[in-house]
Design a protein around this ligand. Structure first.
Ligand code: ATP
Length: 241
């Protein structure tokens, strides 16, 4: 496998006395898509939020997050973003009172030679629908368009690693496939993606590897093919056993 873009070691999150996350040895190679699946409350959002140094409430977080070998664990979220670690949270992160064009106006300043700086035009060619909606406010967009805009905004900031939290939520099946396959395409340009999905069937079609989280821990991991053939995954998530 190619160089590791993202490495997560001994990452634990506690709320009060409760340890809700204990993840060790999770990594993302260059151009790799790794899926994260698990039941409600398994800790999927906690994992991506803690990776970005972001949290709801006041958890106690410990462990290491390395981006391209550099330990970013002590950096506040905006600094991690500037380094190329981007999260699109479950609620998407777009400005409802700004137009699509305005949402895409801000790009990375001087991201360096190893990061691709996507222009607004690059985003429009990935998602032609956004060009058609350029003058509309974020609040006027459909769920699918918001998801595309969220990804577009992240791309403008030249991500090395993109964390996507449940991009399929609220989307029609055809759009789920469009969004996930576009994410897959981006990885051919070298982007690395950690994809949290409750739609395991859709996710398994685009990931290289997948992990199953239970009570905040990795209980199963493998390639897409291995996970598809695993009886636990097949029975609980794919309905194929
Ligand atoms: P879902 O698919 O429902 O979003 P999830 O797998 O993303 O679930 P998390 O939201 O990460 O799960 O939650 C993991 C655990 O952490 C749950 O037991 C949840 O109750 C707990 N938790 C999350 N946020 C807080 C908080 N602010 N305060 C206390 N406990 C929290």
């Amino acid at each position: 496998m190619s160089a590791r873009v993202l490495e997560i070691a001994d990452l634990t999150v506690r709320y009060g006395g409760n340890r809700v996350l204990a993840v060790d040895g999770l990594s993302l190679g260059a151009g790799e898509v790794v899926g994260v699946v698990g039941a409600n409350g398994a800790g999927k959002s906690t994992l991506v939020n803690a990776t970005l140094g972001w949290s709801r409430g006041k958890p106690v977080v410990s462990g290491r997050v390395l981006l391209d070998g550099k330990d970013v664990s002590a950096l506040p979220t905006p600094r991690r973003v500037a380094e190329g670690l981007l999260l699109i949270p479950e609620g998407k992160l777009i400005f409802g009172t700004m137009t699509v064009e305005e949402n895409l106006a801000e790009g990375a300043t001087d991201p360096g030679p190893d990061r691709r700086a996507y222009s607004a035009e690059d985003v429009y060619s990935l998602f032609p629908r956004l060009k058609e909606r350029g003058g509309h406010l974020g609040s006027q967009l459909s769920g699918g368009e918001r998801q595309m805009l969220g990804i577009g905004r992240a791309l403008r900031l030249a991500p090395k690693a993109l964390l996507l939290d449940e991009p399929s939520i609220g989307l029609a099946p055809k759009l789920v496939s469009t969004v996930l396959h576009t994410v897959r395409e981006l990885c051919r340009d070298g982007l690395s993606v950690l994809l949290v999905e409750q739609n395991v069937k859709a996710a398994i079609a685009v990931v290289d590897r997948m992990i199953l989280l239970e009570r905040g821990r990795i209980v199963l991991e493998g390639t897409a093919g291995e996970m598809r053939d695993n009886p636990r995954i097949a029975e609980a998530y794919l309905g194929t056993q």
